[in-house]
Design a protein around this ligand. Structure first.
Ligand code: PAN
Ligand code: ZN
Length: 185
């Protein structure tokens, strides 16, 4: 019998997911500027990082039952008072639920059903959010510090971004001098 070191550390509350097999990508403002009401040309040149996603999974991604563990890090960036948001998606496989949990910062989890009805849950350190497989989900950073949200979801989930592009979440989220406002599109 042997005792081995863990392959990955999820350092909480530092909110760092690190290890050789951890995947990572960054979304720059230029990549996601179309999400914002006041997108304009000057946003093109920006090297601003909006959010980063780290994920770790083991085994065959196509095998039902396998899981990803993830971390989304969202910077406190505002586009004319509109809060930083993830692209938002449905899972391609609507049977695949997901857990989110707040690690640092303040935010909102926007949820939307297939009929376009939307509601939101407050994210803060220690909050746990079950996302039904049939719901679209988007993270919003509503605060002035980095928002870190952990996640766990089936590897077979897939990400359907197209449905959101075609039919967006019906409310935008703004922070007006500390007051969070949901504004209908
Ligand atoms: C998360 C998200 C992550 C980034 O890992 O993929 O927060 O959000 P978008 O993918 O919507 O840009 C997740 O929900 N995975 O299923
Ligand atoms: Zn998801």
């Amino acid at each position: 019998m042997k005792i081995i070191d863990p392959k990955v550390y999820h350092k909480m509350p530092e909110g760092i997911l690190e290890g050789d097999e951890v995947k990572h990508y960054k979304k720059y403002l230029k990549d996601v500027k179309n999400l914002y009401k006041y997108e304009d040309e000057e946003l093109n040149d920006s090297g601003t990082i909006m959010y980063e996603v780290h994920s770790y999974g083991k085994g065959d991604e196509d095998k039902k039952g396998n899981l990803f563990w993830g971390l989304t890090v969202m910077n406190p960036v505002y586009i004319k008072d509109e809060c930083n948001m993830t692209r938002g998606h449905f899972h391609e496989d609507l049977n695949c639920a997901e857990f989110y949990f707040g690690l640092q910062g303040e935010g909102l989890l926007l949820l939307m059903n297939k009929d376009g009805e939307m509601w939101a849950e407050k994210i803060s350190k220690g909050s746990l959010h079950h996302i039904d497989g049939e719901l679209a989900h988007r993270i919003i950073n509503t605060g002035n510090e980095v928002l870190k949200v952990g996640a766990c979801w089936p590897t077979v989930s897939g990400h359907d971004y197209k449905s959101i592009e075609d039919k967006e979440f019906p409310y935008r989220v703004f922070n007006n001098n500390g007051e969070i406002q949901l504004v209908a599109r």
